[in-house]
Design a protein around this ligand. Structure first.
Ligand SMILES: NC(=O)c1ccc[n+]([C@@H]2O[C@H](COP(=O)([O-])OP(=O)(O)OC[C@H]3O[C@@H](n4cnc5c(N)ncnc54)[C@H](O)[C@@H]3O)[C@@H](O)[C@H]2O)c1
Length: 294
């Protein structure tokens, strides 16, 4: 079972497992894309089930478990992968709805997946959970609320791994922490939930930084390459999955600074992006221009 299976890394995970002959439950909130994804996965000759699911809601994920069991009797692997990048608003003063949305999808989505499927695994001889975090779960510098949501995913995945071992349950756990991957994440607000009100308007002054992020993602690793690393990790019971060594080095350097009790600072440059100082200068110029234009 894969959440966020209609697009990007989730679709690639579904496809990689299908190529191994594994039957697939695809779950996603974006119905039309989910239907297209299901027909592509079915073409690999495996049985499929598509379940429209909003991972923010425990009852929706419980219904996903029930539908999966009704169709296949048993689930063996759960990929809690659905996630959103958030909108380009100020985290300290911008709309609270954006912050809640990011935490609800990225953190609660994973938590609901764990809480729904662990009892099923425990009652049926075990299973495997892959949680998609991000390298943003091990460092800061992307967006504070996204970073916070992914730190939370890393923390619960880490605890889940050892608590399953301590409990003697045959339930494996992996935590996926990629850098840039070529997906639709920059346009996450296509799934902005109507119940949260109007979609927040992106801050035009920060557009230049967003454009750099979009470019870095469009030139990022393919989702298929990431999915292949996930399959290897599941086979080898490997917890940490770090597809990008350059990003991991930045995360390790942060911990080296923590060890020295040095005050926090953002990375001077993210792979695939210009130096931070250049981006800040561009941002300031854009803000001045916006102020002049009234
Ligand atoms: N693309 C990257 O550079 C990158 C890097 C690190 C981590 N990630 C993580 O990878 C995961 C997958 O994202 P992606 O990059 O493939 O982006 P994507 O936008 O291509 O795919 C995300 C999928 O999640 C679905 N989704 C969004 N909200 C949902 C909800 N409430 N319930 C169910 N499904 C929902 C979307 O419809 C979409 O199909 C996310 O957790 C993301 O944070 C992505």
């Amino acid at each position: 079972m894969v959440t966020g299976a209609a697009s990007g890394i989730g679709f690639a995970l579904a496809e990689a497992f299908a190529k191994e002959g594994v039957n697939i439950v695809l779950a996603d909130v974006e119905e039309a894309a989910l239907a297209v994804a299901e027909s592509k996965i079915k073409a690999h000759g495996v049985d499929t089930l598509a379940v429209t699911t909003d991972v923010r809601k425990a009852e929706s994920v419980e219904a996903l478990l029930a539908a999966s069991v009704a169709k296949f009797g048993r689930v063996h692997i759960v990929c809690n992968n659905a996630g959103v990048g958030g909108a380009n608003v100020d985290p300290w003063t911008g709309p609270l709805s954006v912050l809640e949305w990011v935490i609800d999808v990225n953190f609660w989505g994973v938590m609901h997946g764990i809480r729904a499927f662990i009892p099923h695994f425990a009652a049926n001889g075990g299973g495997y959970i892959v949680n998609t975090a991000s390298i943003a779960g091990c460092m800061t510098g992307f967006s504070p609320i996204y970073d916070a949501s992914k730190h939370a995913v890393v923390a619960i995945s880490d605890s889940l791994f050892w608590s399953m071992k301590e409990a003697g349950l045959p339930i494996g756990v992996s935590c996926l922490c990629p850098g840039w991957v070529r997906t639709g994440i920059v346009d996450s607000d296509r799934n902005w939930p109507e119940e949260l009100g109007d979609k927040p308007v992106s801050d035009p002054a920060a557009q230049s930084i967003l454009d750099y992020g979009r470019k870095a993602i469009s030139e990022g690793m393919t989702p298929a390459a990431v999915a292949s690393m996930v399959l290897d990790a599941v086979q080898e019971d490997q917890f940490w999955i770090f597809p990008h060594q350059d990003f991991l080095d930045i995360a390790i350097a942060r911990w080296d600074r923590i060890g020295e009790r040095i005050n926090p600072e953002p990375p001077k440059q993210l792979p695939g992006m210009p130096p931070r100082a250049q981006m800040i200068a561009e941002l300031m110029r854009a803000m001045e221009q916006a102020a002049k234009n009234g």
